[in-house]
Design a protein. Structure first.
Length: 309
């Protein structure tokens, strides 16, 4: 504990004592092993097995619950108003549902006059890439047909807004060693202002969004590899990342001011060009920059890198 405190004070790692409470079952198990009347060699073996099992469980499990989307077959226009929407969204005059036989290649057409769009995306085991635009509102292509069969899609639209759901069907358990580790290619339209909600378990996320107007990016991840890039197309960007044992890299424009809030248990961090001010990491141009980016990261044992390009 003393070593952790020293490394935290030297800014070698980022450590929050409050996060220790989340690990109380592990400490209880280790304490129980320490008082067992057994030989030291056996005791050491039990400690190694306990820690190994804990890390395996964290990195091999990604549980996704059933989506609440209603699916039909192909595109359908339900022509209804969602006055009691659980997500507190606007009232939508059309709901399009997609559940075709070929789920490996999916697109949503763009509607003129659309100003804002929200994407709610489940990234299961595998790799997922966003780097190019499309004339459609959104396209998604999955290389693995076996994994693609677990997906279903829906979009709610009004005159100015759209909410896209790309999620998994039923109660699906995906393990890190799942044989179907396909690649998903996502493309979105450049015109709307985007809000991105990404649920990533044991997945690799590589989202290059420098050409898009991203207002907010929310990432909820387990043991994931997260690599995201944002640009300066929107003046006030918010990024929220809640992760377990993840490798996180965020790329931001050098001309944008940035402030980072971190609530981490133990993190190996690289924040070149940032100053630590009142517990936050801030770029020198934050107060005067035309565009700002606020990053809030809550993680357990993670590697964090923020790169100014």
């Amino acid at each position: 504990m003393g070593t952790l405190a020293i490394l935290n004070n030297l800014d070698v790692i980022d450590f929050a004592w409050s996060k220790l409470w989340n690990l109380w079952p592990i400490f209880l198990m280790l304490w129980g092993i320490s008082i067992l009347p057994i030989k030291n060699g056996i005791r050491l073996g039990l400690v190694i097995v306990t820690l190994g099992f804990t890390m395996y469980y964290i990195t091999s499990q990604a549980v996704y619950t059933e989506s609440e989307y209603i699916t039909g077959r192909g595109w359908h226009n339900q022509n209804r108003n969602d006055d009691d929407d659980d997500d507190d969204e606007a009232d939508y005059d059309s709901t399009y549902l997609y559940d075709s036989v070929d789920r490996t290649n999916f697109l949503i057409p763009f509607t003129e006059g659309l100003e804002t769009a929200t994407l709610k995306f489940d990234a299961v085991a595998g790799s997922y890439i966003l780097k190019n635009s499309t004339r459609n509102l959104c396209t998604f292509k999955m290389s693995d047909s076996e994994m693609a069969k677990y997906y279903k899609y829906s979009v709610k639209t009004s005159r100015e807004d759209a909410v896209i759901n790309i999620g998994t069907k039923h109660h699906v358990n995906f393990k890190l060693n799942h044989r179907n580790k396909g690649e998903g290619i996502l493309r979105i339209n450049e015109d709307p202002v985007w809000i991105m909600d990404i649920n990533a378990g044991a997945a690799a996320i590589d989202f290059n969004m420098d050409q898009f107007k991203v207002k907010k990016l929310n990432v909820d991840a387990g043991a994931a590899d997260i690599n995201v890039t944002v640009g300066d197309k929107y003046p006030d960007v918010r990024i929220n990342i809640d992760a377990g044992a993840s490798d996180i890299t965020v790329r931001i424009p050098e001309g944008s001011g940035c402030k980072v809030k971190m609530g981490t248990f133990l993190a190996d961090k690289t924040l070149n060009g940032f100053d630590k001010v009142n517990g936050r990491y801030v770029t020198p141009n934050y107060e005067d920059a035309e565009n700002t980016i606020y990053i809030d990261i809550d993680s357990a044992v993670s590697s964090l890198k923020i790169v100014r390009y």
